[in-house]
Design a protein around this ligand. Structure first.
Ligand SMILES: Cc1ncc(COP(=O)(O)O)c(C=O)c1O
Length: 461
């Protein structure tokens, strides 16, 4: 299956913010929702009831849609079933869920290996676990951090391998850096994890691998079985859906054997709560405590179906259905999105490279890269640049993008860069308008007309 290039103009038409004339190029932070998805959301509201909590038709109907959403998400990742899917608020919460679920398994002398490329959401929990939480429980566990090459943004695999040993319980690695664009070779990292020999409580003798897919899943087909991932996280707000839904894929046996992250209602087996004993619900509901983001999850799963339809990866339509999504259809959809966004990124990089004083950061042009480009300009504040771009109608982001370790490691002072990031609905004109705006801003003295009036907002770290 090899669908042709997508009809971007038809796709753009579905997104109000894109149609407004702004250049929407801060997609690595969050993407825009298409109108059909918002219409679906609105259509669900008058008829919903809570899930797993009622005998009415409305409750049964909502429960069916909710459970089907888990099936769709599992199919999207080629996971064996919904039993491997846990829903959270975002990627960050998914990482914390792994951290808290594994907390009691760490033994004195263990270590976690992560990388300098990580978003804070895949570093700070491991820092906190090893420096704050476990020491209070009398356990010493190290957090080790693998380097990257400053010139190419490439993860130093030899260094990573040197940090992994028989006490490495877990390797936590980004699938795609939201700053340098780096896409570490996941099969090679899997092989390093496999070779460690760490004795897991399940009897396996290897390190577990958690991949932060927040920037990988929106532009690639991630087959969790082919990659043999233990954990994969991502957020739907970077994939056309509204805010509030993040996913943790985990191998079923890991979810079955680990402690829950959150405790309370619906995560317990029906009637199985006693003063001396509590039994947990079957998967995946063991990891669904309290009333979940029901509509968010339903709409998020439908966003995946809509993506297939927008790309035209199959002759039939999947949006607003619950028909099984074949893996080749998902792969074809993501191949088209990946190709399109890579083309935009390459064009942006080639043009930005000609702007005087501008330094492109991360993976060189032509290398495997997430669809984003971060840069600095000699003598100019990234915040001032982003504010000026905003005045010229271009959405960008300045700051450390929560990739604080990598900004420090590169010696950027302040630890900040300006970033443009692309998605399915961007076209070549967006890229040209964004780069022209950068050129104009750079050609203008700081603080003069083109840059005046910008709001310097604090960037989330
Ligand atoms: C690579 C990466 N990981 C994790 C996150 C955190 O995602 P969320 O804010 O949805 O938790 C982001 C968000 O930008 C990201 O780019």
């Amino acid at each position: 299956m090899d669908p042709k290039d997508p009809d971007i103009e038809r796709i753009r038409d579905q997104f109000d913010f894109v149609r407004s004339g702004r250049v929407v190029t801060n997609n690595a932070a969050s993407t825009q929702p298409p109108r059909p998805l918002l219409d679906l959301y609105r259509s669900l509201i008058p008829f919903y009831e809570n899930v797993h909590r009622g005998q009415s038709n409305a409750s049964g109907w909502t429960t069916d849609r909710f459970e089907a959403a888990y099936d769709t998400i599992a199919q999207w990742l080629n996971a064996p079933s919904r039993r491997s899917i846990a829903a959270y608020r975002n990627t960050t919460e998914a990482h914390n869920a792994v951290m808290y679920s594994l907390l009691t398994e760490f033994r004195d002398g263990d270590n976690v290996v992560t990388t300098m490329l990580e978003h804070n959401s895949n570093y700070v929990p491991w820092h906190a676990l090893t420096r704050e939480i476990l020491p209070r429980l009398g356990r010493r566990v190290q957090c080790r951090i693998a380097r990257f090459d400053h010139a190419t943004g490439r993860l130093d695999l030899d260094h990573l391998a040197s940090l992994v040993d028989t006490r490495t319980k877990l390797i936590c690695c980004t699938g795609a850096s939201n700053f340098l664009g780096t896409k570490p070779p996941l099969p090679a990292i899997r092989a390093i994890a496999d070779a460690s020999g760490y004795p897991q409580p399940t009897g396996e003798r290897r390190s577990r691998l958690l991949v932060d897919g927040a920037q990988l899943v929106p532009s690639s087909f991630v087959d969790v079985q082919a990659l043999d991932l233990d954990y994969l996280s991502f957020s739907f707000h970077k994939m056309m859906a509204p805010f509030g839904v993040g996913i943790l894929y985990a191998k079923e046996h890991l979810l079955a054997s680990s402690l829950p992250f959150l405790y309370g209602g619906d995560m317990i087996a029906d009637g199985q709560v006693f003063p001396d004993r509590v039994e947990y619900n079957e998967l995946p509901w063991k990891f669904s405590a309290g009333t979940p983001n029901i509509l968010g999850l339903i709409v998020s799963a439908q966003a995946l179906r809509l993506a297939v339809d927008l790309i035209g990866a199959d002759r039939r339509l999947y949006f607003r259905t619950e028909d099984p999504l074949p893996a080749p259809v998902v792969a074809a959809t993501m191949q088209v999105i990946g190709r399109h966004t890579a083309r935009l990124t390459e064009r942006a990089m080639a043009a930005l490279a000609t702007v005087p004083g501008l330094r492109l950061l991360g993976v060189p042009a032509g290398g495997p890269r997430a669809p984003l480009v971060a840069f600095t300009v000699a003598g100019r504040s990234p915040f001032e640049l982003a504010a000026a771009l905003n005045e010229l109608g271009v959405e960008s982001r300045a700051g450390c993008h929560c990739a604080t370790l990598a900004h420090h490691d590169l010696g950027l002072d302040p630890p900040a860069s300006c970033r443009l990031s692309f998605y399915l609905y961007n076209n070549l004109t967006d890229v040209d308008r964004a780069v022209d705006a950068v050129r104009r801003v750079v050609a203008t003295a700081p603080g003069s007309a083109v840059t005046a009036g910008g709001r310097h907002r604090r960037d989330a770290a």
